[in-house]
Design a protein around this ligand. Sequence first.
Ligand SMILES: Cc1cc2nc3c(=O)[nH]c(=O)nc-3n(C[C@H](O)[C@H](O)[C@H](O)COP(=O)(O)OP(=O)(O)OC[C@H]3O[C@@H](n4cnc5c(N)ncnc54)[C@H](O)[C@@H]3O)c2cc1C
Length: 596
Amino acid sequence: MPEYKAPLRDMRFVLNEVFNAGSLWESLAGLQGAVDMETAEAILEECGKIASQVLAPINRDGDENSSTWENGEVTAAPGFKDAYQTYVEAGLNGLGGNPDFGGMGMPKTLVAQVEEMVQGSNMAFGLAPMLTAGACLSLNAHGSQELKEKYLPNMYSGVWSGAMDLTEPHAGTDLGIIRTKAEANADGSYDITGTKIFITWGEHDMAENIIHLVLAKLPDAPAGPKGISLFLVPKFLVNEDGSLGERNAASCGSIEHKMGIKGSATCVMNYDGAKGWLVGEENKGLACMFTMMNYERLGVGIQGLGVAENSYQNAVAYARDRIQSRAPTGAVAKDKAADPIIVHPDVRRMLMTMRAFNEGGRAFSTYVASFLDTSKYSDDAEQAKHAEQMVALLTPVTKAFMTDVALESAIAGQQVFGGHGFIREWGQEQHVRDLRITQIYEGTNGIQALDLMGRKIVGTNGSLFKLFEQDVNDFVAAQAGNEAAAEFIEPLKAAMENLADLTQWVIDQAQSNPNEIGAASVEYLHTFGYAAYAYMWAKMAVIALPKQDDSFYKAKVETARFYVKRLLPRYIGLTATVKGGSESLYGLTDEMFETA
Ligand SMILES: Cc1cc2nc3c(=O)[nH]c(=O)nc-3n(C[C@H](O)[C@H](O)[C@H](O)COP(=O)(O)OP(=O)(O)OC[C@H]3O[C@@H](n4cnc5c(N)ncnc54)[C@H](O)[C@@H]3O)c2cc1C
């Protein structure tokens, strides 16, 4: 039976030692009195228990039995409704929410750890609170006072859940061409008509009401992305006194049969003149969505990390138990017929790869979360702006790089199990199937790479990149006399110099051929990701180097070494690929792609 243990020791290391979260929180005006380390510790402990004792045990059940649809109603997968109750009663649902409306106002640096545990123990379940948090963020940032008072408290408490309705059958990446219509009523509400697909937890029986945030177009809206508005559409209308009224004309037409995250319901939502209320201004719906996208995209990266951590833990347990063949250097378990497979170099390569990506990813997501906190809670306008720019630059990297390496990790975790990794009862194949969607939804990883390369790098003529480069350079300069750390600092310097050169190279190429941006983007994002993780590993190694008497820190240093020697050099091949240019992508006419 697969198990999940919350990686609390490493979370404490990242929060307390690498990013000094306590000092960060104290320094931010908007977080004064909101959180201290004791509260943070209690939240982590509580969430760790719920993750391992409540959510992990129903993860496989959700995969085997999934959520079901009948006559428009969805029944959540077995055990999910009770688990949801436990989760919301523990107060975890509104953790990052606005305290003015019943949220707990906790910083993202802390919430990121909670998200990792929830997603890592049961990603299908974790999507429900994740979508609610996303809807709350948009509503809190752009909704009227009346809407916020009416909806946010019950959403933060989990009595009601949230869903995000963007995608339509013909429109996913390109939301500018959506067809869902909104028509104004005399009472200030709107009638919403159209079909949305792939709506995560769009219908279910875990919460009393479901609050949909729906993108739609007004009759005279401009064409394209500038003509989209955002509407709040509840499953049940809410009376003036807050009680539930009649059922809205919003119904679930069916749910999808899918590769993974089967415990979650992925819904077709039909709106037949459903009553909705405008969130933000008319035709500014996409901007409202962007408010929550940086949080959501980091959240998807964290989903990858969480599931990959789960896969790693089970792969280690298996590798220490399963015996096959002898170690190349001679028998280790002489009392047994063969040695545990963890002695073999290739098995260690897989485990070390997973560990290096996971711990690097935990640090990287917390690094980005610290900028989210600073941009939201600092009262220093310049500091907040700098943090916002860092978030803008790094968000596509967190979403795409973290999920790409998470899938690589989960496949390695499956491979460690040999044939048993392909068999359902061991749980490893579920991780691979569950993780795959993280590369696709919330903007495909290809689109993330385009966002990084096109808007954030070429679009700013490299100015956002310079902010990240400066941060790394400051760290490198501060380690100038630290000879023990040179084995981590020098490769980091080389990776950053290469990334800076490559950044300028793509900017130059893009002047004469716009195809160079899209051609370079995925491998550029990966080159960026490997350098960013080298930065994280160097930061962690500097802290761990003097403390190696303790095996936790010894393992940190050794994993940093593995990262630098065995994973970081991948950027050299990626750089060559980027420089291979776009021409070879266009050698074939569209017809020539046909093979029969
Ligand atoms: C399980 C699941 C849950 C989901 N949950 C939600 C949800 O809760 N709410 C919601 O609104 N949506 C949800 N989605 C939808 C998801 O966000 C979209 O599927 C995704 O954004 C991609 O859109 P698409 O499927 O229409 O693909 P398309 O947009 O058709 O893209 C197809 C391919 O073309 C590429 N492509 C498209 N345009 C470009 C371009 N300009 N340059 C380069 N490449 C391009 C894409 O990267 C992709 O590889 C979910 C989807 C799934 C499968």
